[in-house]
Design a protein. Structure first.
Lengths: 288, 276
């Protein structure tokens, strides 16, 4: 089965700025691919290329084997960060409007929580339910490819798990899913990640593969305040976790020297970096 | 004397007839970061406002320093978009009653620490989200508050800026401040010394991250397919499930749970109780 969405050496230039630079990406049926990047990494531009809202200035973008168009839009479900709902229409009206736009006649009956609020105006719903409505709208025409921008931002863990249940059910039914996010809790839900930094692919693979060999130095001391101040003054990317300190991407000596200089006794250990730490090290590496 | 401990005891907050918070206790000690976690509408903002003294409790007590020793960063922009970075700091400094000399030295220090020095003449409305949040934090730090209160400082902020914001607030804690922050991200809460998880205005879990994990009854397991007969939820391509009495579930393997699992379990347990 061929890929649903493909970027092949895709680039997009705005004047002097190369926002997306030679990016290769494939999303196949049944897989959930995470597109991870900081602000300004090119994530949003790449999504716009894939949606056909913007043509690439070099390379190719294909949706379902053809260039993005009105025709391919009909096979695509998109949930933007702003959710894209009509706040002053009810839940049922939003669904009917979208079904009409996509020419869908066999709309599924609303279930559970959503059935209970079918006649409520969208702006009166809590965020978790608004997100569920946005999913129902995006899934109403049974799209082959789902593009989701930070789909579970702002909701609690149980609601997040239930939103992921819906996303995973679509993937198991054969849809491809592309999730654009910078939240680690969303990245870890994906089968595969593409990390963008400064418009280029900085890393690719499963979460473990992206973290790869990145390590952090863990600092344990009874005087964390002084240790923090010394490491921070030395320009190291130090972070506080409980009462321990972590310095990703640094070696034992670089951390030990400022501590010794400040006269702080500490136990130093080398530990695997978290995904967020690895991400920041990758982003800094690309910027350098 | 032991370090100052600010916080709320048995706090209730009502808006009209609606209870936003019910019997919530939260403590934040000097030289540490305490996190309040919850989704939209859980009551995080009400708790922080009560701590800051901008919402009157309907029940319970609030222990806080006087207004001039509090730094508060509200959710949302928190800066004046039509003023430059430097004008924002100047305005905040005067509001806190800082003398000209101290205001000058604190401004220089914070511009350097936040990396906003080169943007000092830029309108705050033209800053990126991450830079705007750093400016709001710098404004709240000008007068070296004893209690720093931050309402979702990292929402919508990318990971690179998020790490920098955490470095700034850890620096404030290292300097002696008590830091209370609200977040929707559990991975962020795992960095705090103590965590309070709110759900529908009530405390769901509280303690150090390790204490919260240790208090979850039973065990959490992982499986390829949805385990039957027990509460289960999605985690990536696999399923997680909770065995309330800890009895083994066929076809599953036990996993080391994290805060995300602990909160899901607590929310499921609450749902079961209210359905019963």
């Amino acid at each position: 089965m061929s890929d649903l969405a493909v970027a092949h050496g895709a680039s997009r230039r705005f004047g002097d700025l190369l926002a997306v630079d030679d990016v290769h990406l494939q999303v196949g049926a049944g897989e959930v691919v995470g597109l991870i990047g900081a602000n300004g990494s090119g994530k949003t531009t790449l999504i716009r290329l894939l949606l056909g809202l913007l043509p690439p200035t070099a390379g190719q973008v294909r949706l379902f084997g053809e260039p993005p168009s009105r025709h391919t839009r009909a096979r695509l479900g998109y949930v933007p960060q702003s959710l894209g709902l009509y706040d002053d229409l009810t839940v049922a009206e939003n669904l009917a409007f979208s079904a009409g736009a996509f020419g869908v006649h066999d709309t599924a009956a609303l279930q559970g929580d959503l059935a209970a609020v079918r006649d409520v105006l969208v702006h009166e719903l809590p965020l978790g339910l608004r997100r569920r409505v946005a999913f129902a709208v995006a899934l109403g025409h049974h799209p082959d490819l789902l593009v989701l921008d930070e789909p579970t931002s702002g909701v609690d863990p149980l609601q997040r798990a239930r939103l992921w249940e819906t996303i995973r059910a679509s993937a198991e039914d054969g849809a491809g899913v592309l999730v654009s996010t910078h939240h680690m809790s969303e990245a870890e839900q994906c089968d595969r990640l593409l990390v963008l930094a400064n418009g280029r692919v900085a890393a690719e693979g499963t979460m473990d593969e992206v973290v790869g060999g990145t390590r952090a130095v863990e600092v344990r001391t009874s005087r964390w305040e002084e240790a923090f101040t010394a490491l921070d003054a030395a320009g190291l990317p130090v972070s506080l976790v409980g009462k321990a300190l972590r310095v990703p991407g640094a070696d034992r000596e670089a951390v030990g020297r400022p501590l010794a200089g400040a006269g702080v006794d500490a136990d130093l250990g080398i530990v695997p970096a978290s995904f967020e730490e690895a991400f920041v090290v990758l982003a800094a590496g690309r910027a350098a | 004397m032991s370090a100052s401990r600010w916080g709320v005891d048995g706090l209730g907050v009502r808006y009209g007839g609606r209870a936003a918070l019910d019997d919530v206790t939260f403590e934040v000690a000097a030289r540490s970061v305490a996190a309040v976690v919850g989704g939209d509408g859980a009551g995080k903002t009400s708790l922080l406002r009560a701590l800051a003294g901008t919402v009157r409790p309907s029940a319970g007590t609030v222990r806080r320093p006087d207004d001039r020793r509090i730094g508060y960063v509200s959710a949302g922009p928190g800066v004046w978009a039509d003023l430059t970075v430097e004008e924002n700091l100047d305005f905040a400094g005067r509001a806190y009653g800082l003398g000209a000399g101290r205001l000058r030295s604190r401004t220089a220090e914070l511009l350097e620490r936040t990396g906003l020095g080169e943007a000092r003449g830029r309108l705050a409305g033209r800053l990126s989200g991450g830079m705007r949040q750093k400016l709001a934090l710098a404004m709240a730090l000008l007068h070296e508050p004893a209690l720093l209160i931050l309402d979702e400082p990292t929402t919508g902020v990318d990971p690179v800026s998020r790490v920098e914001l955490w470095r700034l607030l850890a620096g404030a804690a290292a300097g002696g401040a008590a830091v209370a922050l609200a977040t929707t991200y559990l991975d962020e809460a795992e960095r705090a010394a103590t965590v309070l998880v709110l759900d529908q205005g009530r405390a769901l879990l509280a303690g150090t991250p390790d204490e919260v994990l240790a208090a979850v009854p039973g065990r959490v397991v992982e499986a390829e397919a949805r385990p039957q007969g027990v509460p289960a939820w999605r985690r990536g391509a696999r399923w997680r499930a909770w065995s309330p009495d800890g009895s083994p579930l066929p076809g599953t393997t036990e996993v080391a749970m994290d805060l995300e699992d602990a909160v899901v379990v607590a929310q499921l347990a609450r749902e079961q109780r209210s359905a019963a």
